[in-house]
Design a binder for this molecule. Structure first.
Ligand code: NDP
Length: 255
């Protein structure tokens, strides 16, 4: 397909989208996103929690691969490796995670799913267009210190995220619905190692791709997850009088 977007235009769109992400960061300190423990019936119609996770997260893969099919599919091995890492994460998030969570009967506002779909439409488009049109890595990029540092962070972040999600999911026995205080491992230091891991993971992706859409995605992840971790942390403190007082929310010893 003929190029219909210049890199200048692409850059402006990506930076504008990043600016919106920064505004969202501040907004989320005023309004906690109502899903999971913060879910509410006052945000309009509700949908099943698992279905919500699936449609929110699978969107990004549909959009990313849609752009590749539309524009160009014969990419370099390096680009495919990066897309593969991204795909691996989102296959877990959209198929495996919703099947593993023990949230039977729980719902989330459809509006939340819709907002996440909009986010994933933009994120999938920025990444898809980047890989199809603009990505141009030298053959030896996988030996570059940026790639090596980035992939180490990505894998470490993903491992922390998965392990933390697993420990949280397993706090409930099948059929249970309440919340318990998580203990041990990174929970000694922070309330939300899963969100900490996810932030590390996408920081790694931004570094290994050394790209504008990688940075924009990282900014959005930080903007979504830091206020969420602080809200979770506050929630724990309000609901459990014996909550460990020295635990931080998301960054050990810091915040
Ligand atoms: P939570 O930590 O709130 O929940 C994870 C799962 O564990 C849920 O099923 C939750 O149940 C359950 N759970 C959590 N804490 C407890 C507890 N104390 N006792 C019993 N069960 C518990 O994570 P989020 O919902 O905020 O996020 C889920 C995943 O999605 C994370 O891995 C996160 O990193 C990722 N994510 C990524 C975003 C991004 O921008 N990249 C944005 C948002 C999420 P319940 O749902 O009933 O609360």
């Amino acid at each position: 397909m003929e190029v219909i977007i210049t890199y200048d235009l692409y850059q402006w769109l990506a930076l504008a989208w990043m600016g919106i992400g920064i505004l969202v960061f501040f907004y989320l300190f005023i309004q906690t996103a109502p899903y999971g423990r913060h879910t509410t019936t006052s945000w309009g119609p509700l949908i099943d929690n698992r279905l919500g996770w699936f449609i929110m997260e699978f969107t990004v893969l549909l959009v990313l691969y849609g752009w590749l099919l539309l524009i160009r599919f014969n990419l370099s091995i390096t680009s495919w490796l990066m897309i593969g890492l991204f795909t691996f994460h989102y296959l877990n998030r959209s198929f495996v995670f919703p099947l593993r969570i023990r949230t039977s009967g729980k719902k989330m506002p459809f509006l939340i799913a819709l907002m996440a779909i909009v986010f994933n439409l933009m994120n999938g488009s920025l990444l898809g267009i980047y890989f199809a049109w603009f990505a141009d890595y030298p053959d030896n990029w996988v030996y570059d210190p940026r790639f090596i540092a980035g992939i180490l962070l990505f894998i470490t972040g993903m491992a922390i995220n998965w392990h933390a999600d697993t420990r949280l999911i397993n706090l409930r026995k099948p059929g249970e619905t309440g919340y318990k205080i998580p203990h041990g491992w990174l929970f000694k230091y922070i309330s939300c190692p899963n969100l900490f891991g996810e932030i590390i993971e996408w920081l790694g992706f931004a570094i290994l791709t050394w790209s504008l859409p990688g940075v924009v995605f990282f900014v959005w992840t930080f903007a979504n997850l830091v206020p969420r971790a602080l809200a979770h942390h506050r929630w724990y403190r309000n609901h459990f009088s014996d909550y460990p007082p020295n635990r931080k929310a998301v960054f050990p010893f810091i915040w």
